[in-house]
Design a protein around this ligand. Structure first.
Ligand code: GLN
Length: 432
């Protein structure tokens, strides 16, 4: 069957729009328009990662998640805008253009999967694929008022996901509601032999609103310094609602949270410095004309085609991994990471779930934080811990502050997306 996509892209959600596409009839997603983040490979459709270094690059194969949604009958209507290589929290680091937030076009949509979130929130598509290395699905979901799930590390194949920080990231579903997120998760979590870190534990589940007796731990660090008071109150209200519905709420502490941002930024920049070395002007994207020495051409090509934030992170990561500094930075970050993982395992041994805000604030104005990288990194404080621990986490809308959406984040045990989805579904059913 053929499908014509004629929606207006008023928020610059897409880098590439596919107007006329074939789809397979009969699957669970038959005829449903789905948007795909531009770091997920799509056979025959340009995949730029939001970068000039991959301008015009057309992958010769589909990512596993893409192959699975096609198999289920989805229509891929385009590739969504993102921070270059996923490095950012607002989609302002796209080498092409910024995406705007459909709830207020003067604000950022969050990032790095900002295009996917904006496409859903503006009703261009009912669902989309995003990727989450340190919050890139949950942050834009929270900022645009939609639902986004970061799966357990290893539950969805990363085959065809262009690597930024491969030990942290996962492809995941984004949609207007929990039911659609769950449906898309079923499709993309099908087994794959091409990713050696994929566990082959497919998610097969129908959301249930039963949360009576579930123990939900609330870490005090999720309401600590830097978290906006109104956002905190809004999320506390949502957690009280879960309590009224029969969940048992317990207070807890994750002391290692204070190392989370440092551990995350050392790990992701180190992995990025290695992963991005493959962009040499020979194998992918625009080609270098070798007129001078290989070293000179390589340096200038990368200097011209990588954006400022990407270059900053490659430099930081190369430094962190260099002889003499490795023990001081990278090795230490891995120790901090195991402590964070252990703290999560300890809390999730006593409780079924952890709840708190997704982001410390609501969507801010375009340009407000873009000149201060450190301030921007601080916005990731509540999302990066789940990636460091490898546990699943969802963001579900739980109200508004100053007219802008707030996300409730629910985190679960490894491979227990089912409980995470059920709690989000129960909340969603109760308030809608
Ligand atoms: N904002 C975080 C970063 O820049 C997370 C991005 C992501 O999850 N891809 O690394």
């Amino acid at each position: 069957m053929r499908y014509r996509f004629d929606a207006e892209d008023g928020n610059n959600a897409f880098i590439t729009i596919v107007r006329d596409a074939e789809y397979k009839e009969g699957g669970v997603l038959s005829g449903i328009p789905v948007a795909v983040k531009d770091n997920i490979s799509t056979k025959g459709i340009p995949t730029t990662c939001g970068s000039k270094i991959l301008e015009g690059y057309v992958p010769p194969y589909d990512a596993h998640a893409v192959a699975m949604i096609k198999e289920a009958g989805a229509v891929i209507v385009g590739k969504t805008n993102m921070d270059e290589f996923g490095m950012g929290t607002t989609t302002e680091n796209s080498a092409y253009f910024p995406t705007t937030n459909p709830c207020d076009r003067t604000c950022v949509p969050g990032g790095s999967s900002g295009g996917s979130a904006a496409a859903i929130a503006s009703d261009m598509v009912p669902m989309a694929l995003g990727s989450d290395t340190g919050g890139s699905i949950r942050c834009p979901a929270a900022f645009c008022g939609i639902v986004g799930l970061k799966p357990t590390y290893g539950r969805v194949s990363r085959f065809g996901l262009i690597a930024y920080s491969n030990s942290l990231e996962q492809i995941g579903p984004m949609a207007k509601n929990v039911t659609d997120v769950s449906k898309l998760m079923e499709v993309i979590s099908k087994p794959d032999i091409y990713d050696s870190t994929a566990y082959n534990r497919p998610y097969v589940h129908t959301p249930s609103a039963q949360i009576k007796g579930k123990k939900i731990a609330v870490p005090k660090e999720y309401f600590g310094e830097g978290v906006d008071d109104k956002v905190a109150d809004c999320v506390r209200g949502a957690i009280s609602k879960l309590e009224e519905m029969g969940a048992e709420i317990i207070d807890c502490s994750i002391p290692s949270m204070k190392y989370a941002l440092a551990a995350y930024y050392v790990t992701c920049t180190s992995e990025a410095s290695s992963n991005l070395s493959r962009f040499d002007g020979v194998r992918f994207g625009p080609k270098v004309e070798m007129k001078r020495s290989w070293h000179d051409e390589y340096r200038d090509y990368r200097g011209e085609r990588f954006g400022e934030e990407v270059q900053r992170r490659i430099l930081l990561g190369t430094f962190a991994l260099s002889a003499g500094y490795y023990g001081k930075y990278y090795a230490k970050a891995q120790v901090a990471r195991s402590n964070i993982r252990n703290d999560f395992l300890r809390v999730l041994n006593e409780a079924d779930l952890i709840a708190g805000p997704t982001m410390p604030n609501t969507a801010f104005k375009i340009g407000e934080k873009s000149s201060n990288p450190l301030e921007m990194y601080l916005a990731d404080i509540l999302t990066v811990p789940a990636n460091l621990a490898g546990v699943p986490a969802i963001s579900v809308p739980c109200g508004k502050v100053g007219g802008m959406p707030v996300g409730l984040q629910i985190i679960g045990r490894h491979f227990d997306e089912e409980s995470v989805v059920d709690a989000a579904f129960a909340y969603e059913q109760e308030v809608n």
